[in-house]
Design a protein around this ligand. Structure first.
Ligand code: SF4
Ligand code: SF3
Length: 544
């Protein structure tokens, strides 16, 4: 195996025997084959679409296949093998449809794969198409750009999946995913073409973020500032982690009146701000920290646990019998709750002891999405004009256990008192409790939501730029991103598409960004690695 798609890749270069995430070489290989099948499906879908016969039935499958290969989503070789079997079936059907349309000549590479499901044959195929083999043929820079695009569309697919289960999809988004996969199916594509595709991926990423924002707010209402209990109450309990608001909504409906309190974990914290979720009085609080704390948090939680999306870690025995997955998440020996039906989760919660006592009443306020912030835009603009609010500092993205992430906590704590700190993603757990006080009637710390809500930050920045009559890069705004998995790549590409410059990224730069790719990012966008807290704050303040 060779995988360098996330920040905790081994030695900062690539996981080769087993993933730092716990992914086995076999699972990594099956994920590579599944991605390859998705490329084949996209080649077929585009051949038909270009001839005026769109095959939209493939869109949802391709989204799910890509989402399945995102870091910390699926560790289960059997479920991957059955997805490959389904892909083989769809590919055969699609090839037939292409043949019937007289377009067989448009097919190439993975679209022509016969598609075995024999495990050994799949492992051999994986070695032939993996990053190692491709780097020998095409070189590290081409493969680096191919992987940048791959991770961009993996994140897009995750966002598109979330929107789709809430009833929204976009032809623009799906057609770009197919186009990118078609380009990735070619053995070598020129560097400049790949660069252009990555920038177009930013445009499509912005579209999918907007789509998901519409889907979330359409189904759940606009988030409202809401004080959340960061602890627990006595009683039976279910903990819900991941990003899937639809699963949480279904679980809340199915647990109504059952004497079970529901808690959020990790990226589910912002759920408390949505009117359609907070209306359930048994959604009582948030338990634990970011995803990398789950082995400690889940072991300490005296109830059932539902993991709706990434980031899943290989489970510990202490809680493996109480842990359930849903959606595209899977791990061997963990029960899966299918089709938003949570009877088994509820039964496990009722069988567990639950909390005996109440925790101290620690609080955190969520719900500062674009609707809440832009509705007080007049106050914000007045605070800036009066000099009470000097700078906006966005500290957001993914958290993880890797070294160097205390930078984000220290940066938040050291930010001047006349700076507002915006945060989103599970990176927020590094800044919660580090930023105190109010400016102009608003808290200095504005929690804008999940990584899935990056569109809120983009909308707020756009509204401020309009109010001040300046471009995004002229705003007193600094972006300091923490990255871990592929959705962060998607958000970065969306920001670059908007022409945002001077973004700081840490705790270290991605392994797939070669010196040649970095030079392009620096020359065009002045993307930079995080430095020291003092140095970065001084530079950001001076640039304001
Ligand atoms: Fe390694 Fe990350 Fe790939 Fe897991 S997802 S195998 S940790 S690079
Ligand atoms: Fe976190 Fe996985 Fe990315 Fe949603 S839960 S931000 S890492």
């Amino acid at each position: 195996m060779f995988c360098y798609q996330c920040e905790q890749t081994a030695h900062g270069t690539g996981c080769v025997d087993r993933g730092t995430c716990g992914k086995t070489a076999e699972v990594a290989a099956l994920q590579d084959v599944l991605l390859r099948r998705a490329m084949g499906l996209s080649v077929c879908a585009l051949a038909l679409a270009r001839a005026g016969h769109p095959l939209v039935a493939l869109d949802a499958f391709v989204e799910n296949a890509l989402f399945t290969t995102v870091t910390n989503v699926n560790f289960d070789a059997d479920s991957l093998e059955s997805l490959i079997g389904e892909a083989n079936r769809l590919l055969a059907e699609s090839r037939d449809a292409v043949g019937r349309a007289g377009l067989r000549n448009a097919l190439f590479g993975p679209a022509l794969a016969e598609g075995s499901t024999d495990r050994q044959a799949l492992l051999v195929e994986a070695a032939e198409i993996g990053i190692d083999a491709r780097r020998q043929n095409a070189g590290v820079d081409v493969v680096g750009l191919q992987e940048l695009l791959t991770y961009g569309i993996k994140g897009m697919a995750a966002y598109a999946h979330h929107a789709r289960i809430l009833g929204r999809h976009s032809a623009q988004v799906n057609s770009f995913i197919h186009e990118a996969l078609e380009a990735l199916a070619k053995p070598v594509v020129a560097m400049d073409q790949l660069l252009a595709l990555n920038l177009r991926c930013g445009e499509a990423s912005l579209a999918v973020l907007a789509l998901l924002d519409e889907a979330n707010t359409g189904a759940m209402g606009n988030p409202e500032p809401t004080s959340v209990l960061m602890g627990h109450k006595p009683g039976k309990a279910i903990l819900v982690s991941g990003h899937d608001l639809r699963d949480l909504a279904s679980l809340l409906e199915q647990t109504a009146g059952r004497g079970i309190n529901v808690y959020t974990h990790g990226e589910m914290l912002p759920a408390h701000g949505y009117p359609e979720l907070k209306k359930h009085s048994h959604l009582v609080g948030h338990f634990g920290g970011a995803w990398q704390d789950q082995q400690r948090d889940f072991a300490a939680f005296p109830g059932a646990i539902l993991m709706t999306t990434n980031c899943l870690m290989p489970p510990r025995e202490a809680y493996s019998g109480r842990l359930f997955t849903s959606g595209v998440v899977a791990s061997p020996d963990i029960l899966h709750a299918p089709d938003h039906k949570f009877d088994a989760v509820i039964a496990a919660a009722l069988a567990a002891p639950g909390f005996q006592e109440a925790s101290p009443d620690r609080r955190h306020t969520v719900g500062f999405g674009h609707h809440a912030v832009t509705s007080v835009a007049g106050d914000v603009v007045a605070a800036v004009k009066s000099g009470a609010l000097k700078h906006f500092l966005l500290i957001g993205g993914c958290d993880a256990a890797t070294a160097g992430r205390s930078y984000y906590s220290d940066l938040a704590a050291a930010a001047p008192k006349d700076w507002a700190v915006l945060t989103l993603g599970c990176g927020k757990f590094r800044v919660i409790d580090r930023v105190e006080g109010n400016i102009g009637g608003l808290p200095r710390l504005l929690d804008m939501g999940q990584c899935n809500d990056a569109y809120s930050a983009i909308k707020v920045a756009g509204a401020l730029a309009e109010a001040f009559g300046v471009g995004l890069n002229e705003l007193p705004l600094s972006l300091v991103l923490s990255w871990y998995e592929q959705k962060a790549v998607t958000v970065l590409l969306a920001l670059l598409h908007l022409g945002v410059r001077n973004i700081r990224i840490g705790p270290k730069l991605p392994a797939f960004v070669t010196p040649a790719i970095l030079k392009v990012l620096v020359d065009n966008f002045n993307v930079m690695a995080i430095g020291t807290v003092e140095g970065d704050l001084a530079a950001m303040g001076a640039a304001a």
